[in-house]
Ligand binder design. Structure first.
Ligand code: HEC
Length: 239
């Protein structure tokens, strides 16, 4: 009786009187709370992965609602109080959701296991195989370069380090002696020495120091072993 009259009374006149909650209801709610606590303890020992926190929260919220509704008698109280409580609870949930959206996914971005890295490399290789242009770009930008399978062109090395600004290959005169027939005039060791130590033996009619001073300025100090070998091969072919 008291229940229905209080519940539906919009005037608020009867609100100071306490609704006496039947002991049976209190007992049931208490049983449910104990049951939920047991569930919480059990689930805390099982790893449910991503569900760990949401499940614990859901149980905790259910318990809090039961306490508020029955033990604090909000269920039998003014609807306005329920509304105020609900609005507060909704905001708590919103804040929790945003926090969880951050903390729950921390570290899941940017971490790649070895398997993923290998997958990406395979994908890149497949892409290169399909697209030769991409392969060329990849090779050009790959500073570890010097794939031994790709032969270095000695005549290109000769041009790259600007040997051709002083040396012709056809007997014509230039700042340095023509390298026409150098492969028959010199042994491989002599050619190597002529390049590595230009001033060790000076060709008649030419000044020492000229080549030595220049080649390194043309970047020859950075010549790779493969380039140097190809260059010597190329010169030995001039006969
Ligand atoms: C600035 C001009 C100049 C440049 C650049 C230059 N040389 Fe020379 N080179 C000379 C001169 C001058 C001589 C002759 C004097 C000497 O023997 O050192 C010479 C000599 C040589 C000789 C010995 C020739 C012989 O008949 O014995 C070889 C081989 C040679 N150069 C190779 C090269 C190569 C390879 C390059 C590029 C990496 C190069 N030179 C760059 C000026 C140059």
């Amino acid at each position: 009786m008291a229940h229905s009259s209080q519940h539906h009374d919009p005037s608020g006149a009867a609100h100071h009187g306490h609704y006496i909650i039947p002991i049976k209801v209190l007992g049931t709610v208490f049983g449910v709370l104990v049951f939920l606590t047991v569930i919480t303890v059990i689930t805390s020992r099982i790893d449910l992965g991503a569900m760990n926190v949401p499940l614990a929260l859901a149980i905790a919220i259910t318990k809090a609602l039961l306490v508020v509704a029955f033990f604090m008698a909000l269920k039998y109280d003014n609807a306005v109080n329920t509304l105020v409580f609900s609005v507060g609870a909704v905001f708590v949930l919103v804040f929790l959701a945003f926090t969880l959206a951050d903390t729950a996914f921390r570290g899941s971005l940017g971490i790649m296991d070895a398997e993923t890295v290998a997958d990406q490399q395979r994908a890149e290789e497949a892409l290169r195989a399909r697209d030769p242009g991409a392969a060329l770009v990849a090779a050009a930008t790959d500073t570890t370069a010097a794939d031994p399978a790709i032969p270095v062109d000695g005549s290109a090395v000769f041009a790259t380090y600007m040997c051709n600004t002083c040396h012709t290959l056809d007997g014509a005169a230039s700042a340095g002696p023509t390298l026409q027939g150098i492969g028959s005039r010199q042994t491989r060791e002599e050619v190597i020495q002529s390049i590595r130590e230009p001033d060790a033996i000076i060709v008649e009619g030419f000044a020492p120091g000229v080549m030595a001073a220049t080649v390194n300025a043309f970047g020859f100090a950075n010549v790779t072993d493969a380039e140097f070998e190809a260059l010597v091969d190329f010169l030995m072919e001039q006969n």
